[in-house]
Design a protein around this ligand. Structure first.
Ligand code: FO1
Length: 321
């Protein structure tokens, strides 16, 4: 079975680990979000691609869900000693190697998709990881800074990591998305998929950014195969991260049903909500999307695998409908 998954960071990566356990023989292609990418110290950092690669490759810092395990921060300390910022983004020594190799290959003219393939040759994630685009897309957020009251547009990572999303996101803009083209293999993977999954990733800055690349949303809508998503919102709050802050920016209430409606029945055929949101099932089905309430807390690998089974089961129900 050929499965395509649109993945962001931590939630998407953890779901993928469950999907691999649930469907070991499946041919899984991951279309990774690159809107979180940031250029630091002359290096290109791809947080969501690295989180998938490290999580499935066995190198992730499990508690954080990002960065490497057994990490040290000598490079970061030395840079700070030189007064070279920013200090708010925790790049570890092992992680730096990934960004140096990536930046070297990009400078030599390799597209990000080829670079990602080369990095995955080492990590062997067991999925094909393709960036949504080889073109530069960076999510920026309009905020009113708390101390000065100044209105500013800042990089997503500054909003997410330095400000901890502590102020409202007044606008979320995937800069460059309109001019971006799907990376080689993205549209082909969607066209050849037997099922397409939206994991519990951030619907605005992760899955939303992937869908903002012209051609990807259309390809999924026209793929003619079941498209099933899992709600990242449980009990009116994000399971992790601060999805509610960016959902507000696009006028979507932080509920499992609202996120399904936001994706729309033109895109989604099925939607899984957590058992605590069972009352949302009726509203989602009224929107033309089949809905089931199942446990959605990825407390461990087996829980993630059970969620993956539920998603694939719903996909078959939709296919048979
Ligand atoms: N998230 C944090 O909350 N604090 C950090 O210092 C931090 C550093 C970091 C370094 C590399 C990397 O790949 C990810 C990192 N993240 C950090 C997570 C990152 O902000 C998020 O994983 C995504 O951008 C959102 O999905």
């Amino acid at each position: 079975m050929r499965i395509v998954v649109l993945a962001g960071g931590i939630g998407g990566a953890r779901f993928l680990r469950g999907l691999q356990q649930a469907s070991p023989d499946a041919d899984i292609t991951v279309i990774g979000n690159t809107g979180d990418d940031i250029h630091l110290f002359g290096l290109k950092v791809c947080p969501d691609l690295d989180t998938v690669m490290y999580t499935l490759g066995g190198g992730i810092n499990e508690e954080q869900g990002w960065g490497r395990t057994d990490e040290t921060f000598h490079l970061k300390e030395e840079l700070a000693a030189y007064g070279v910022g920013p200090e708010w983004f925790g790049l570890g020594d092992r992680d730096f190697a990934t960004h140096i190799v990536r930046t070297q290959m990009l400078s030599a003219g390799f597209p990000l998709s080829a670079v990602t393939e080369a990095l995955c040759d080492r990590w062997k994630p067991g999925v094909r990881l393709i960036p949504m685009s080889d073109d530069r897309v960076e999510t920026h957020v309009a905020v009113t800074l708390p101390d000065s009251g100044e209105r500013k547009v800042i990089h997503f990572q500054e909003y997410w990591v330095r400000l901890r999303a502590s102020v409202p996101a007044e606008a979320v803009v995937p800069v460059g998305a309109e001019q971006a083209k799907p990376a080689p293999g993205v549209l082909e993977a969607i066209a050849e998929a037997d099922v397409i999954l939206f994991p519990p990733s951030n619907p605005v800055v992760s899955v939303g950014t992937i869908l903002a690349v012209p051609g990807i949303r259309e390809a999924i809508a026209e793929a003619g195969v079941p498209v099933v998503g899992l709600s990242p919102i449980v009990g009116d709050a994000p399971v992790r991260g601060m999805a509610d802050k960016v959902l507000a920016a696009v006028g979507v209430e932080s509920t499992a049903a609202a996120v399904a409606e936001h994706y729309g029945s033109g895109l989604l055929d099925g939607w899984l909500v957590d058992t605590v949101d069972a009352s949302a099932v009726e509203r989602v089905e009224a929107a033309g999307i089949r809905c089931r309430a199942v446990p959605l807390m990825m407390s461990d690998l087996d829980a993630a695998a059970r969620m993956a089974v539920e998603a694939l089961t719903l996909a078959e129900e939709v296919r048979g409908a």
